[in-house]
Design a protein around this ligand. Sequence first.
Ligand code: ADP
Ligand code: ZN
Ligand code: ZN
Length: 741
Amino acid sequence: MTYAEVIINSNARALNRIFDYIVPLDFEEKIKVGTRVFVPFGNNKKLEDGFVINIKATSEFANKEIAKISEEQSLTENNIILAKLMARKYFCNISECIKLMLPPGTGGKELENRAKEKTGSFVFLKEDIEKIDFLINTGKIKSEKHIRVLNFLKENDGIYISDLECIVEVSKAIIKTLEKNGYIEILQKQIERNPFINKKIEKDKPKVLNEEQKRCFEAINFCIQNNEYSKNLIYGITGSGKTEIYLWLIESAIKENKTAIVLVPEISLTPQMVDRFLARFGENIAVLHSKLSIGERYDEWKKIESGQAKIVIGARSAIFAPVKNLGIIIIDEEHDMSYKSDMTPRYNAKDLAGYLAKQNNCPLVLGSATPDIEDYKQALDRDISLYKLTKRANNMKLPEVEIVDLRFELANGNKSMLSIKLQKEIQKNIENGKQTILFLNRRGYSTFVMCRECGYVAKCKNCNISLTYHNTGNKLKCHYCGFEMSSLKTCPECESKKIKYFGTGTQKLEDEVTRIFPKATKIRMDIDTVSKKNSHEEILKKFKEENINILIGTQMVVKGHHFPNVTLVGVITADSNLNSEDYKAVEKTFQTLVQVAGRSGREEKGKVIIQTYNPDHYAIEYAKKQDYDLFYNAEIDLRKKLNYPPFCDIILIRFNGENLSEIKTIANKVYKKLNDINNNEFFVYKPVPSPIDRIKNKYRWRIILKCKLTSNIINIIQYSIENINLKDTSIVVDINPNNMM
Ligand code: ADP
Ligand code: ZN
Ligand code: ZN
């Protein structure tokens, strides 16, 4: 007899185990590790679907037979190996990892038939996500089916109506009700089966590489030609020709009949960026990102699987693209935090890329102007091959950076958010017909609201977070859960009318700019102005084409865009991250400042003004010099002193739930189990509330461990969190999290 270990395709905790099934004789030849199977389960009439993760000759438990198999929807054995490895390393279910490797919308029976259709009804969210969350959290939307649809749409806005019916398993009537209630809208839309079809892109020929580029290309190309794994870091300032090297390497891989995966941060996956690959390689390309509808994603996925597309460009999850005969993996802007997932499975795409490159005997290439501290250390330690590009390909000099000390502005009586220096430069730019970008990483109008009489601060009723004032609609909003209320006229505690609005956001900055430069044209870009009607792309296009004087924006303005006419960038406050508890906060500040600065003076001499209360901080000082190496030296010393990554890993065990006393009990149990087993192998901090100790009415506690994440440590952590009776509390383990809050 043959038996199969099967993982059921479900996130239900009770099903998160391996189940043994008997393999009927008919299937014996066909069933492999990775085969998709349908199995009877419990007393259910409906078959459950799952995947075979192991085949064996004996079983103590198997008493039911596999009912059906689906060969064409199967995974490879390597997929299963990777899923198992991820589940262990990132403390999650195998089924959650498998999901990342399946074709988009698996379960949607109609997907394939629809490939022929030309138009269809698509469902969009009509309300803000924040508002929807608020209505759900406050029980205004109760129906479990309604909530399922809305939650699904939050991540898959613009989905084909019958996909929605299939995937979320609701009837059309439910969708119509939501439309009637005004939460969603249904629009007729052209189905764009090939996003490139109408584009005429001029063919682009490879450039002749300069010496530095050539040395790098030849070394990495050697690995492509000889099927050798290697890990490489290209460290070169923006415009130094990194992308040109990627293009050469990809071309070489394709010539060898191999494939390539290129990861880029979601936000820089712009049409301009994709065009550059199209211009070189034609339609050999598949693009994967979250803005595609499920149908479009499915099409791209099929193009890759069938071998029609040889090059995959995509955000983090494109690392799971079903490529065959992989010849190279490239990770651009490799320092970007978006390669680490903040949701279960909390994987790091860079680690997985390393694993896949080894498995496929091919090179992995990381590229950045401000490499991740951990990767740069590996490069200096010679665990990664380092290639430096020191010149800009078009010989443009980096912009000149000036620091303005905000403490003096205040002392000199300037209460504006714009220093005198910055105001003068903006004025000059307007007069010369040049463009300016103003960067401020906080949205809204004022960041908190306080009573000057008694010190009361307005906080969210669901989260332990102060509310942000938004002048559109005159509201106080919670940026975590979407709760909103009208702004305060009197203090709810002492009834004083002395309510004061502190802190600044992009809305206030926009007002301020209007006040000081009434005639200038301006445009604002943050989550509040970017919506499906007014996309990120469109705002940037308008800014460029209409030669708008000033672009005001959050993080969104930082990455990857090329504005030839921008000669001034102003950073309103560089400090917002410097005092954060996250160990990566300083590194992030430095990277952001260098990147923002890089928006200025792409084609003619540019200027950058950084306003700060901490002009002596090393991140600011070295950002002014645009000197990564100096920054690295200072930062790595500090990391060593404080025993932070890369000298150890930070393992965060988080406990979330509505019942505070249960959380405390469970956290203490885990802490005790950890301590009992600890043989001086790791350092563990006592359970404490997280800095933000309540979000969406859920309390949040945490335990932090510091040590290298070895196989033994993984076992210890597994042991400490298993067999604990969780009623209301969930436990999440996050390795080197982006966010400690
Ligand atoms: P990066 O990716 O480092 O920002 P790019 O590869 O985009 O740099 O190069 C910047 C610009 O210089 C691009 O317009 C590119 O076409 C051009 N370029 C790159 N390498 C060369 C080269 N060897 N000769 C001429 N132009 C080049
Ligand atoms: Zn008061
Ligand atoms: Zn809230």
